[in-house]
Design a protein around this ligand. Structure first.
Ligand code: ZN
Length: 292
């Protein structure tokens, strides 16, 4: 008996770019009525059952992307940095198993400031994890979280997230590059405003040759719920109506333009294609291939 999983990395090509999905483990939370506040719990359970998933626990995977453009190694989000629950924190081992070294990363591009996306900027002993990387963050996200007035107004339950954001960002506040969503953040990588999950939440279009990948970040959480039912609201979305609107806009674009899609909280390897189906979308997950 092994009792352990194979390394969690998976490669695929978008044009001449080589993408490597790096898994950071999963988080199991109790499935309750708060998670989708505008749908009855039995409907949510049924959506999981329809995808062959358990209904007692909600399984949240974490997967960020390494984009090798041939001239630059770009990291889209960094993972939990080993500071979340014990079933997560496999990112660094998987990154190493994929053959990468932290000093090879040229640029880190952050989608939003939730801890599972930014904590990997720092090692567990408080050193910058990627010593040669320029760190790029969405300007509206930085403005929101670094505003002391916003922090003072935040409910007590959210205070740990704010404190964590300051822990990560304050020491590097003067050296991060703030970009306006809509702008290119690297050759072939264009940011897209996708606000709602957080005030500055950003998605990315990665284009090379005649192929393109839409990295939707946290525009949906688990696809069995929110790709299938894009109108369903998610507990962790700050502005739920805006999150729904932008989720539908991105999924519509992916379906219409036949873009490959990657979702940070999708089941590994966290990529596939979406088509319109009924009032929602259907995800056809990428099929594992030994050819990239
Ligand atoms: Zn997230």
């Amino acid at each position: 008996m092994s009792g352990t999983q194979a390394p969690g990395f998976y490669r695929y090509k978008i044009g001449s770019f080589e993408i490597t999905a790096i898994n950071d483990g999963i988080w199991l939370i109790d499935l309750n009525a708060n998670i989708v506040p505008n749908a009855p719990l039995p409907d949510v359970q049924q959506a999981f059952t329809a995808s062959g998933l358990p209904t007692g626990k909600y399984v949240i995977p974490f997967t960020s992307l390494v984009v090798n453009t041939g001239s630059q190694l770009i990291l889209l989000d960094t993972g939990t940095g080993g500071r979340h629950v014990p079933t997560t924190g496999t990112w660094s081992a998987n990154f190493a198993a994929a053959g990468f070294k932290p000093e090879q990363v040229d640029r880190i591009v952050i989608s939003h400031f939730h801890p599972d996306h930014i904590n990997g900027i720092w090692t567990k002993d408080d050193k910058l994890a990627f010593p040669n990387a320029e760190i790029m963050v969405p300007a509206p996200e930085f403005a929101f979280w670094m505003d002391d007035g916003n922090m003072a107004k935040a409910p007590d339950a959210a205070k740990p997230t704010w404190q964590n954001t300051r822990r990560v960002m304050t020491p590097i506040a003067n050296k991060v590059t703030r970009f306006d969503p809509g702008k290119e953040v690297a050759p072939g990588v264009t940011s897209i405003a996708a606000y709602g999950h957080t005030p500055g939440h950003t998605a990315f279009a990665i284009a090379s040759g005649n192929r393109s990948l839409l990295a939707i970040s946290d525009s949906t959480n688990h696809p069995a719920l929110f790709v299938r039912n894009p109108e369903w609201q998610f507990m962790f979305d700050a502005d739920r109506a805006m999150a729904v609107e932008n989720r539908k806009r991105l999924l519509d674009r992916a379906a219409a333009d036949k873009m490959q899609v990657a979702g940070f909280h999708w089941p590994f390897p966290a990529t596939g294609f979406v088509t319109k189906e009924g009032s929602g979308y259907r995800l056809e997950p990428a099929h594992w291939s030994n050819l990239i």
